[in-house]
Each structure stands twice: as structure tokens, then as C-alpha cells.
Ligand binder design. Structure first.
Ligand code: GDP
Length: 587
């Protein structure tokens, strides 16, 4: 409906004929009548408009422009979530920006930036094949940690490298020929790190993030062994070319490489097939590939990987096959070759896994379904979400009283949850806030006890405390497809909470805290089946702990405490010999 035309018809004419009064009167009467009719039409239109709006609003997407008009709310009036949904669901960004004002444009650009996590993610992926990639902002608070522009540039460059050298490209095939021939002819355009799928899911996520950072620093393409379930769990992180190692990869035995393999870099050093004075020898005398054994049981020779001289040598080997169950990033910060670049990429040193984890690990649609259904059912309406991750490293099956006492002591002492009044059946509500606790554990015992406690007794504060646990798988399993999907969904759900309590030594908890950008309360590891005192402490940083770091001074060729060399690499709170990155606030 053209509102201007109606206004024009309603306004009195300026050009009445003075000599023709009757006619003018007639015309006046007529125009009076017309005005009444037009007013009638206007009222009718106003009555019909909401009906039209409702009808059109529920029509299909080609009517988006009508919907935009009919909704009638300005962009500013819409809630943050409305706007995010609009950019995610409805039409392309470009199409919408044509129609909007400059303000709309900049706000939409802002939302698009959010959707790409401040530029961390590349645009242009097929959204339906991986819903979590661009929908994570609907569930997660925006990170307070901004990735550096150098990191963003580096990621975009790495994506280009992956497009050029990824599986089945001409350059990939060329480098593969070299691998098949067993000869290192040097001057190859593309070099690779092949990550072997190994160990529990938390360990895998951390070692994969470490392998990716190593690939980024050494301009190598990262390809991953799909193991039994990597494809079911994660989306592709790089545009256009897959990160999955092609099934016809010619090194068939690579999955059985271990610390004893002759092909390992450590054993090649030990057996003098390689040594660090070989930096001048021709590339032809170097192998076409080397296996890097960086798992918890690695030896002193394997640990030479963390020396600058050895990195110079490794640079000239096109294929590196890597097995690790560790987050070895902190020790990369101690290698002089990488030190400077790392401080440029990560000015906030305690955000490495936070950024790389959010960049790399997007739950597959199946896992996203588990996450979003649980979140919407139990977490969405909480005023505060508290995650409690219980991992007990004990060969006997729990639940154990001393662990339950520890959880309770931690959450009550630190005022994460309200106390209950045992004597009173009911108290008048003082503050009827709603706290929702997400518990994860292989056992249901701790969850049941805490839930019963808040059911059987009122809280001192009058707050309502709801406790939920998605699964209790009883023991770690390797064969069941759904088992690791649930584990991944639970790590992700924990990362969506506001406050986190985690268990010592657990990579499961590290993944949650890193993705969520949360400094957790760490439950100390109980000794002699006794509740530790204090039961927990606040972590220095959200970074994971490297459980088996090297303690070696490559220059002086002697042992050294690598946790006391620089202020940003320190021993972990939960493992005295482990290393972790910490931010400026802890220096
Ligand atoms: P970590 O052993 O605690 O460092 O963590 P990992 O994830 O590497 O390995 C433990 C494995 O046990 C997980 O991957 C799961 O398969 C299983 N698991 C341990 N705790 C939980 C839990 O709370 N929920 C679920 N669903 N699985 C768990």
C-alpha cells in the first residue's frame, strides 16, 4: 500500500475555481465524501494489514522482502539473538545489506564478524554440512579474547597452502611420489605433518591442536589419520580441501609406529642415521619421512624434537608422521626458532588453545544435535550455569565418599553453590535465582548424591539448584560410536557454562576450559583415598597442561627446569612436573 498516495488524496486541493461556487461546493461535498471513503479505506487497510503480515510472515523465503516490511520492527529493536539468527538463517548477508541503512549495514557486519568469531573462521563454508561452525555464537558468550591480526593472516595463508597442497592436488601427488620412492630430492613445494589418531578423545583434541600449531609454524600441511571415529566427531576445518589423510596413503604401516620404530626421529638419532651436524649435508642423504614419537612414553632422543638444531634438520624432511597424546605447545614456546613468531601470533600467551580450539574443532551435525538438544532442554534458562567435571583415576569403580566430600567442599567453600539447611523442611525464598549444574562423569553416583541433597533440603539463599548429567558410560570405551560422540558433546557443553570445576590431570576438562575461555577451579588429585585439603584451587590460566615435557637445555646439553626459564611457561597447578602457558596477569 502506497501511503503517499493516500495522504495526497486526503489533503485539500489548492486550486478551487472561485467563479464556480456551486461546482466548488459540489466538488467540496464530493471531496468530503471522498475523504470519508478514503478514511474508511485506510481504516480497513489498517485492520487487514496485521492479517496480511501474519500470512506473509509464514510464507516461504522468497517473500523475505515482504517479511522485512511486515515485521515493522527496526533492526535496532530486535534482540541480539534475533539478529544473529537472521544473519545465520535468512538470506545472504550481501542481499540484506543492499536494503538496509548504513547503520544496519555496520550492525550486520558486526554480527557477521561475531559469526566468524572475530575473523577466526573463514567465511564461505557450506553451512548445512556443519551447523555448529556458524551457530556456536547462539550458545556461547562472545570471547573476551581477540585473536591477533597476525594470527588471522597466518590462518588465511595456511588455508591457501592447504588448498594448494591438500589431498589429491597436483603438488600432493608430486610429494607422494617422493615418499613412494623413499628418496628425499629436496626443493618440494609442499611439506606435511600426518597426525596419528591415538588415545582418549581429550588427549586427541589437545595433541591435534599442538600438531596444527607446529604445522602453522613450519609451513606444513596438516593431514589427519581418521582413526575409527574422527569423521563422525568433527567437521572439516579448512575450506575446499579435506584434512583427512587419503585412504590410499602409501605408508601402510604408519599407524603401528611407536617408540621402538627404526623410522622414529629419536631412533635415527640414536643409531646415528641422523645427527644435528647434518645440517650441511645434501638433502638427498636425508630420509623422505620421519616418525615423531611425542607420546607420554617418549625417550630422550625423541625429546630432541624440542631443540632448535633438530628443527633445522626436520625442516628438510617433507613428511613427518606424528603420534602424541600430549598438549606439547608450552615447549614449542621454549624453542628459540619459534619463540618470536609465537609471541607475535599470540600476544596473550594463555589463549593458544582457546583460539586454535575454536578454529579447528567444530562438532559434526550428529554431535551438534546432542549438544543443542541438551542445552535447550536443561541449560538455556539458567541464570548461572555451573559445570562440574568429575574424572577419577582409580582402577576400582566408584563412586567414592572422599571424592563426593571433595566436590562438595570445593563448591561450598568457594561459594559456587549455596549451602543447604538440613534441619528445616522449607525456608521462605530469599533470592529465587536459578542455578543449573551440568555434571559429567563416567559414574552417576556423584550426580545422584548432589541432586538428592538439593531435592531433600532447601538452600540457605533460597536459590533453586537443578543438577543434570547427560550420560554415565561407566567406563572408557573404544568401540561404541556413540560413546565418543557423547564425550565430545559433554566437553562442549561444559565449555558453555559460566563457572567450571574440573578434575586434576584430565584432558577432558582441559578441552572444556580452553574452548570456553574459562579459568576453572581444579579439584586436587586425592592421595590415599583421602579428601585433599584444600579441595581445589583456581587455575592460573585456561591453557591445558603439558603432562610430559622435556627437561633439557639443548645448548648446554644438560638437564634444566623448563618450568623456570620464562614467566609465561610455568609448572601446572594439578601436576607439579607439567608445563602450562600463563598470561601477563600471573607473571
Ligand atoms: P582424560 O583421560 O580425562 O584425560 O580424558 P580423555 O578424553 O582423553 O579420555 C577419557 C575418555 O573416557 C573420554 O574420551 C571418554 O571416552 C571417557 N570419559 C571420561 N569421562 C567422561 C565423562 O564424563 N563423560 C563421558 N561421556 N565420557 C567420559
Amino acid at each position: 500500500m502506497d501511503m503517499k498516495r493516500i495522504r495526497k488524496q486526503l489533503s485539500p486541493s489548492k486550486h478551487t475555481d472561485p467563479g464556480n461556487v456551486d461546482l466548488s461546493r459540489v466538488s467540496e461535498r464530493k471531496s468530503g465524501l471522498n475523504m470519508i471513503r478514503l478514511l474508511g479505506i485506510l481504516v480497513a487497510c489498517l485492520m487487514v494489514l496485521p492479517i496480511l503480515v501474519t500470512v506473509f510472515a509464514y510464507r516461504d523465503p522468497p517473500l523475505n522482502h515482504i517479511r522485512g516490511f511486515a515485521e515493522g520492527r527496526s533492526f535496532q529493536e530486535k534482540t541480539e539473538k534475533d539478529r544473529i539468527h537472521e544473519v545465520i538463517d535468512g538470506g545472504s548477508f550481501e542481499e540484506k545489506s543492499d536494503k538496509g541503512s548504513e547503520d544496519d549495514f555496520s550492525q550486520q557486519a558486526e554480527v557477521l564478524k561475531d559469526k566468524l568469531l572475530g575473523g577466526l573462521l573463514a567465511a564461505g563454508f557450506d553451512e548445512s554440512s556443519c551447523l555448529s561452525r556458524y551457530q556456536s555464537i547462539l550458545y556461547r558468550k562472545a570471547s573476551t579474547h581477540i585473536p591477533s591480526s597476525d594470527l588471522l593472516d597466518r590462518l588465511r595463508r595456511h588455508e591457501d597452502l592447504h588448498k594448494q597442497c591438500g589431498p589429491n592436488t597436483e603438488l600432493y601427488n608430486k610429494t607422494l611420489e617422493q615418499l613412494k620412492s623413499g628418496h628425499n630430492i629436496g626443493t618440494m613445494d609442499c611439506k606435511y605433518v600426518v597426525w596419528i589418531s591415538y588415545s582418549g578423545l581429550g588427549n586427541r583434541i589437545l595433541s591435534l591442536a599442538s600438531a596444527f600449531l607446529y604445522a602453522l609454524l613450519t609451513n606444513r600441511v596438516l593431514l589427519i589419520d581418521r582413526g575409527t571415529d574422527m569423521v563422525d566427531l568433527f567437521c572439516e576445518p579448512f575450506p575446499e580441501k579435506s584434512w583427512l589423510l587419503p585412504l590410499d596413503f602409501p605408508l601402510h604401516q604408519f599407524k603401528s609406529f611407536d617408540g621402538k620404530s627404526h623410522e622414529s626421529y629419536g631412533n635415527m638419532l640414536k643409531n646415528n642415521i641422523l645427527n644435528d651436524s647434518m645440517n650441511d649435508v645434501s638433502t638427498g642423504s636425508l630420509p623422505a619421512f620421519a616418525y615423531l614419537h611425542l607420546a607420554h612414553d617418549y625417550g630422550d632422543y625423541d625429546k630432541m624434537f624440542f631443540c632448535s638444531q633438530d628443527q633445522l634438520l626436520l625442516q628438510r624432511i617433507p613428511w613427518l608422521i606424528l603420534r602424541s597424546d600430549n598438549y606439547f605447545v608450552p615447549s614449542l614456546f621454549l624453542i628459540p626458532t619459534f619463540e618470536q613468531e609465537l609471541s607475535i601470533l599470540f600476544p596473550e600467551k594463555d589463549t593458544v588453545f582457546h583460539h586454535l580450539g575454536r578454529y579447528l574443532f567444530h562438532p559434526s551435525n550428529l554431535v551438534w544435535g546432542l549438544i543443542t538438544r541438551f542445552y535447550q532442554s536443561y541449560l538455556a534458562n539458567a541464570e548461572e550455569k555451573i559445570g562440574i567435571q568429575i574424572r577419577v583415576f582409580d582402577t576400582r569403580t566408584g563412586p567414592f565418599e572422599y571424592v563426593f566430600d571433595q566436590i562438595l567442599a570445593c563448591v561450598l567453600n568457594e561459594k559456587l553453590l549455596p549451602k543447604v539447611i538440613i534441619q528445616e523442611p522449607i525456608t521462605p525464598p530469599v533470592n529465587r535465582g536459578r542455578k543449573v549444574v551440568l555434571m559429567t562423569s563416567l559414574s552417576s553416583g556423584y550426580f545422584e548424591k548432589i541432586r538428592n541433597m538439593y531435592w531433600e533440603h532447601p538452600t540457605v539463599s533460597g536459590e533453586i539448584v537443578s543438577i543434570y548429567q547427560p550420560s554415565h558410560e561407566e567406563y572408557q570405551q573404544t568401540e561404541k560410536q556413540m560413546h565418543n560422540m557423547k564425550a565430545w558433546a559433554e566437553m562442549y557443553l561444559l565449555s558453555l557454562t559460566d563457572v567450571l570445576v574440573t578434575s586434576s590431570w584430565s584432558t577432558f576438562g582441559y578441552v572444556a576450559q580452553g574452548l570456553g575461555g574459562i579459568k576453572p577451579w581444579i579439584l586436587f588429585k586425592p592421595e590415599n583415598q583421602t579428601t585433599p585439603d584444600p579441595p581445589c584451587r583456581r587455575a592460573m590460566s585456561m591453557e591445558p597442561c603439558f603432562h610430559s615435557p622435556p627437561f633439557y637445555d639443548c645448548k648446554a646439553k644438560k638437564g634444566i627446569d623448563t618450568g623456570a626459564l620464562v614467566p609465561h611457561v610455568r609448572h601446572c597447578e594439578d601436576m607439579s612436573w607439567g608445563l602450562k602457558l600463563v598470561g601477563h596477569d600471573e607473571w
